[in-house]
Design a binder for this molecule. Structure first.
Ligand code: SAM
Ligand code: SF4
Length: 384
């Protein structure tokens, strides 16, 4: 079995402005008291360490929101605190999500000095009109400049693009992908645009203000993306994530392999193995509620519940089948106490194997490329 990871997720919930497609826990505030936020994050970490003593940290991830709006001194204080609370692997991966605005790019050296060794940039598009459609506050030149600074500053870096945008064709996406690949170093996240309830896009899409590619075109764009990236040696290791071998995000692999992780900050989730149970932790979602909880009771947890056995099976499958490597049978047995063939619906499993959506051998349960494209239907068949 591959060595289990143990990750720490730190949520920074603030953004300069709210993008119309985004349903992440991100908020715009005129002012924040950063020293107070820093103290609260350190407090929440101290509490989390009491639940997970002696675990060896293999990755730290600053996500958001926009963690690149953080003062690098806050980032440094969090990293130092983690090192004081847990043993940390020598080759720990420390990632930070950054927006490619020029102001933030100027802070990259500060983040590097704090210990960050991997940056993930939200480029979203290399087409000017589409950046405005997506409500981004950066332009294409700023994006390219931020990529250059990130490449020069960090050992590892990745960027995100959103595709299946209104008006996109396979030809225009191919040209954009080529441009992206000229600048990529080892890792790219390529997400299909989804319309999420509660976002500005949800309303304007419902009113017919824009149209999205139909299912056929969206499918063609997905297949084109997979083939294009595989050709250049960066195959999808997860539905939307592509990497050169060895450049996968170890932190995200920790989620998908259903290994343990701590989540601190507003709305952060965790999964912790304690006394044979898998404990799901959730922090208060609103920034102010989380801050006040840490300041009054010493932690930001809103709930801490053991995952029920049937839920645990669903979570293992939902996470692991996203990965090209699938789910290790040894991990599956460790987590669920049964072989996949005993835990899954025998008829559904046989059907999914017959249709070429699933493979199962003595080492791995995997969804094939076709299976990963229709994962929800595959999951329904596999569940007892
Ligand atoms: C937490 S967000 C981004 C972090 C950073 N604040 C930024 O915007 O660059 C992570 C990524 O999810 C993707 N994303 C967010 N909402 C999406 C949506 N509705 N459809 C597709 N991708 C989305 C974007 O590519 C984004 O960069
Ligand atoms: S996409 Fe990034 S910058 Fe935009 S609102 Fe979401 S978290 Fe904030």
């Amino acid at each position: 079995m591959t060595t289990p990871g143990f990750g720490i997720y730190v949520h920074w919930p603030f953004c300069r402005s709210k993008c119309p497609y985004c349903d992440f826990n991100s908020h715009v505030r005129a002012e924040i008291d950063e020293a107070r936020w820093r103290r609260a994050l350190l407090g929440d970490l101290t509490h989390a360490a009491t639940l997970t003593p002696r675990r060896r940290v293999t990755s730290i991830f600053f996500g958001g929101g926009t963690p690149s709006l953080m003062d690098p001194r806050t980032t440094a204080a969090v990293i130092d605190k983690i090192a004081a609370l847990w043993p940390v692997a020598e080759d720990v991966e420390i990632s930070l999500e950054a927006n490619p605005n020029s102001v933030e790019a100027q802070r990259f050296r500060g983040f590097r000095a704090a210990g960050v060794n991997r940056v993930s940039l939200g480029i979203q598009s290399l087409v000017p009109a589409d950046l405005s459609f997506l409500g981004r506050t950066h332009d294409v030149d700023e994006a390219k400049a931020a990529i250059a600074i990130a490449t020069a500053t960090f050992e590892r870096f990745s960027f995100d693009l959103i595709y299946a945008r209104p008006g996109q064709t396979t030809a225009s996406w191919a040209a954009e992908l080529r441009e992206a690949l000229d600048r990529a170093v080892g890792h790219l996240s390529l997400y299909q645009l989804t319309i999420e309830p509660g976002t500005a896009f949800h309303n304007s899409y419902a009113r017919g203000n824009f149209a999205l590619p139909d299912d056929e075109l969206a499918g063609a764009l997905y297949e084109q993306t997979q083939a294009f990236l595989a050709d250049v040696g960066m195959p999808a290791y997860e539905i939307s994530n592509h990497a050169l071998p060895g450049q996968e995000s170890r932190h995200n692999l920790t989620y998908w392999r259903y290994d343990d992780y701590v989540g601190v900050g507003p709305g952060a989730h965790g999964r912790l193995s304690i006394a044979g149970e898998k404990i799901a932790t959730t922090c208060h979602r609103s920034p102010e509620a989380w801050l006040s909880a840490v300041e009054t009771v010493g932690h930001g947890l809103d709930s801490q519940i053991a995952v029920a056995p049937d839920e645990r099976l669903i979570e293992v499958l939902m996470m692991g089948l996203r990965l090209a490597e699938g789910i290790e049978v040894d991990r599956f047995v460790n987590e669920l106490g049964r072989q996949p063939a005993a835990a899954l619906n025998p008829k559904g499993l046989a059907l999914m194997i017959d249709l070429g959506f699933i493979t199962l051998d003595s080492r791995h349960l995997k969804a094939t490329v076709d299976g990963r494209q229709r994962l929800n239907s595959v999951l329904e068949q596999l569940l007892p």
